[in-house]
Design a protein around this ligand. Structure first.
Ligand code: CMP
Length: 136
């Protein structure tokens, strides 16, 4: 089933020059880019994007981090795109969960600085795509 998912290359990925690497992996997997934008993230957008984490101990530092520099936001489409991108990304903890060969497994060390975000369900994807790309 063709799906869409929201992908972010977070500020660490942009500042480390890994945007091309991430996009290349998405394309080589066979997924299609249907929207792509480099943009600043204000606090309001960050709070809405991460609303489900409000109240968690890392919430404030997560907001600080995601607003600390530009991100690349993309809408990615393809068969089972949500799971497919999460497979490319690897687990949230880049050392304990992400395996070598995944984006996080290959390039990240810390859970907060885990380079990319991908929607975790169809409901999240719909919500996040509307939030980041309301005109799509
Ligand atoms: P992401 O997929 O964007 O979704 C929520 C983010 O919160 C996650 O990636 C991490 O960047 C961050 N996160 C999750 N758990 C922790 C944690 N224990 N400590 C710091 N950051 C976390």
């Amino acid at each position: 089933m063709t799906e869409r998912t929201l992908v972010l290359v977070k500020p660490d990925g942009v500042s480390r020059g890994l945007v091309g690497e991430v996009i290349s992996r998405i394309e080589r997997k066979g997924l299609k880019l249907v929207a792509l934008e480099l943009r600043a993230v204000d606090r309001g957008l960050a709070e809405q994007h991460y609303a489900e984490h409000d109240g968690k101990p890392f919430f404030e530092s997560l907001l600080e981090f995601i607003t600390s520099g530009p991100v690349v936001a993309a809408v990615v489409e393809g068969p089972r795109a949500i799971a497919a991108f999460r497979q490319l990304a690897g687990g949230t903890d880049p050392v304990e969960k992400a395996t070598p060969g995944t984006i996080r497994g290959d390039f990240a060390l810390e859970t907060q600085f885990n380079l990319v975000h991908g929607s975790d369900s169809a409901d999240s994807a719909a919500r996040e795509i509307k939030l980041w790309f309301p005109d799509l």
